[in-house]
Design a protein around this ligand. Structure first.
Ligand code: ADP
Ligand code: MG
Length: 335
């Protein structure tokens, strides 16, 4: 039995869990926490406010998530990205333009490991329906020709494609970007202590209380427990994990997951099970966690160590944990 088969069999849960959640909140009698969970962005999202009793702020935060989903989702035909992909428009709104520009920077930095023009390939893979199948090699070869971030240009609120068949997929950065927008809104409204958790894409505001920052557990891949815990602060308020165990199907003793190497058109297969990025903003965390999972341990760690404003945790298929420079000394609370 190969390794992936074994870990598939012992898999218990697919969702990263946040340590600072229900039971801790219940124990925290002095502080009233208000919290709500909704299904949005194709995942369960929870927003918790620690210094406010205004539920309208949570309702409005979820509305922001939905509005962005309706703008950015490639599976919503009438979204801006949907209409761009079907060439019904070439105009991009200010928000979309900002996100596209940012995405192109991360594509450049990761040498195309993270590439938002991956849409023609991700269209071939379906990890949500019951009919799981591996796409034909022929189709993958054709789709691969349309993937190259260097062939799109954004200018004057318009997008230009060199290749008519290129399709955008913002799935690897959108949740992080949206978590940042929700944070901006809540901070504007005067919130100073909160957790925005968009399906494991966690962005915090401030601290849990005067003594402690928010603590977040990093999920042990294919398990329900956490493998390491970190304490966040204002400079490192976001935690995002990309994992091969988050969406996948199994066929012939092999798992096929949703993070694709743009160079092969197939799910990454480099012994990494997950990459977690700890950063100030969630958009970089989201883009770079995907990028590093594709780049692999050596190249991914190099990319992170070149930056001094973020940290990373890589976990391989022997459950070895690799920390980027400085992380263990600063943010780790327990192992
Ligand atoms: P999650 O969506 O589980 O948080 P990621 O942030 O890693 O995980 O994003 C994975 C999604 O991004 C996939 O479902 C797909 O839509 C898209 N994607 C897959 N591979 C890549 C890639 N190499 N570059 C950019 N986007 C990708
Ligand atoms: Mg991502």
């Amino acid at each position: 039995m190969n390794f992936f088969k074994k870990i598939f069999l012992i898999s218990l849960t697919l969702i990263i869990f946040v340590v600072s959640s229900a039971c801790q909140q219940a124990n925290d009698a002095k502080r009233e926490v208000i919290s709500s969970t909704e299904f949005v962005l194709n995942t369960a999202a929870t927003i918790s406010l620690y210094d406010s009793d205004d539920y309208n702020l949570i309702t409005e935060s979820f509305k922001i998530c939905r509005d962005y989903e309706n703008l950015l989702s490639k599976t919503i035909e009438d979204s801006e990205i949907g209409r761009i992909n079907t060439r019904k428009t070439n105009e991009v709104s200010t928000d979309t333009a900002e996100l596209l520009e940012l995405s192109l920077e991360f594509a450049e930095q990761s040498n195309g490991a993270f590439d938002i023009t991956i849409g023609s390939i991700t269209d071939l893979w379906d990890f949500t329906s019951n009919e799981k199948h591996i796409p034909d090699q022929e189709l993958i070869n054709v789709a691969k020709q349309y993937v190259d971030y260097r062939t799109i240009k954004i200018a004057d609120q318009k997008i230009l494609f060199e290749n008519e068949n290129t399709k955008l997929d913002l799935g690897a950065i959108a949740k992080g970007f949206i978590a940042d927008q929700v944070k901006e809104y809540l901070v504007e409204q005067g919130v100073t202590s909160a957790i925005i958790n968009l399906g494991g894409n966690v962005q915090c505001i401030g601290r849990k209380d005067q003594e402690k920052g928010f603590r977040v557990g990093i999920q042990k891949p294919f398990d329900s427990g956490s493998i390491v815990e970190i304490e966040l602060n204002d400079e490192f308020s976001s935690v995002v994990t990309s994992g091969v165990y988050q969406r996948y199907f199994e066929k012939e003793n092999q798992i096929y997951h949703h993070i694709i190497d743009p160079k092969t058109g197939y799910p990454t297969n480099n012994h990494l099970l997950s990459v977690t990025i700890i950063s100030k903003d969630s958009s970089s965390g989201d883009a770079l966690s995907t990028a590093c999972l594709v780049l692999g341990l050596e190249k991914g760690m190099k990319l992170i160590d070149e930056k001094d404003d973020l940290y990373a945790i890589f976990i391989d298929d022997d459950f070895n944990i690799y920390y980027s420079e400085g992380l263990q000394e600063t943010l780790i609370t327990s192992e």
